[in-house]
Design a binder for this molecule. Sequence first.
Ligand code: NAI
Length: 306
Amino acid sequence: MQQGNFVKDKVVLVTGAGGGIGRDFALALGREGAKVVVNDLGASVAGEGRDISRAQAVVDEIVAAGGTAVANGDSVADWDAANRMVTQAVETYGRIDGVINNAGILRDRFFFNMSVDEWRAVIDVHLNGAFYVSRAAAPHFKSQGSGSYVHMVSTSGLIGNLGQANYSAAKLGLAALSKSIAMDMAKFKVRSNCISPFAWSRMIGSMPTETEEQKARVVRLQRMETAKIAPLAVYLVSDAAADVSGQIFAVRANEIFLMSQSRPLRGMHTEEGWTPQTVAERVIPALKPNFYKLDRSQDVFDWDPV
Ligand code: NAI
C-alpha cells in the first residue's frame, strides 16, 4: 500500500471505525501518516451488542500496511467512555489533533409509532455522542491552539426522509453543534466541519429489492463506495484545511458538494403589525411560491451518482 504524509504524525480519533465509512477513514488516515485511534463498539445497526474485535481488525489492517493505530471499544453514548477514548489517544500518542464523529445507529420507525427508547437511543449515539467526544477533546484542542472536528451528518436531516424522525433530528442537531463549535473555538484555531455521506454500507444495505425499480436503485447505490468519502475527511483533518471551518459538505461517489445553510429566503413587513387575517391575505400568498415541498433526500439528489 502506498504511504503518504498528508496528515503525518497527526493523532486522530475516528468513532465507529470498525466498519463502513469509518473503517475507510481509519485506513486512509493510516496510509497518510496519521496515528489512528480506531473506536468501535462493535454493535449491530440498531446499536445492540458489543465486540472490540471489529475495531482491532481495522487496527491490524493499518499496522500490516505499515501504519500506526490502536483500538478502543467504548461507546460514544457515554460521557466517561468518551473521555477514556480521548485519554487513550493522549496517553498512547502524546496528543490529539483530530476527532471524526462517525459512529451511528438506526432505529427507523414512522413518527406516530416511534417509541421513546427508539428516539433516545438514536439521539444518544449521534447527537449526545458527538457532543461527548467533541467536548472531551476540547480542552486539548484549546490549549494547543489547533484541532479539527469532522462530523458525519445526513441529508435525512438536512433535506428530509420518511421514518427517520429520531435520526433526522439528531443529524440536523449535529450540524448546528458543528457550527457552534466552529464559532466558539475559532479563536483557538480549532475547526469544525460536517460531511453528509452517501455510501453503500450495512446501514443502507437492508433496503428492499422486491420491485425492478428497487433493484435498479440498489445497483446504483452500490456504486457509492464507502472509501470515496475518505479523501475529503483526511483533507479536513489536515493543515491544508486551515481556513475551512463551519461548512457542510456532501460526498456521493466522485461528487463533492458544498451544502447550503439556512438564510431568510423572502420577507414581508408592515408598519402597523400583522393580524391573523392579514397574514392569511397578504403574507402567505406572497411567500407561498417559495415554500419547500416535502422533499426527501432522493427527490433532491435525483440523478445517478457519478
Ligand atoms: P455502519 O453501521 O457501517 O458504521 C457505524 C459504526 O458505528 C458501526 O461499526 C457501529 O458498530 C459503530 N457504533 C454504533 N454505535 C456506537 C457507539 N455507541 N459507540 C461507538 N461505535 C458505535 O454505518 P456507515 O454507513 O458507515 O455510517 C457511518 C456514519 O455515516 C454514521 O454516522 C451514519 O449515520 C452516517 N451516514 C451514512 C450514510 C450512508 O449512506 N451510509 C448516509 C448518511 C449518513
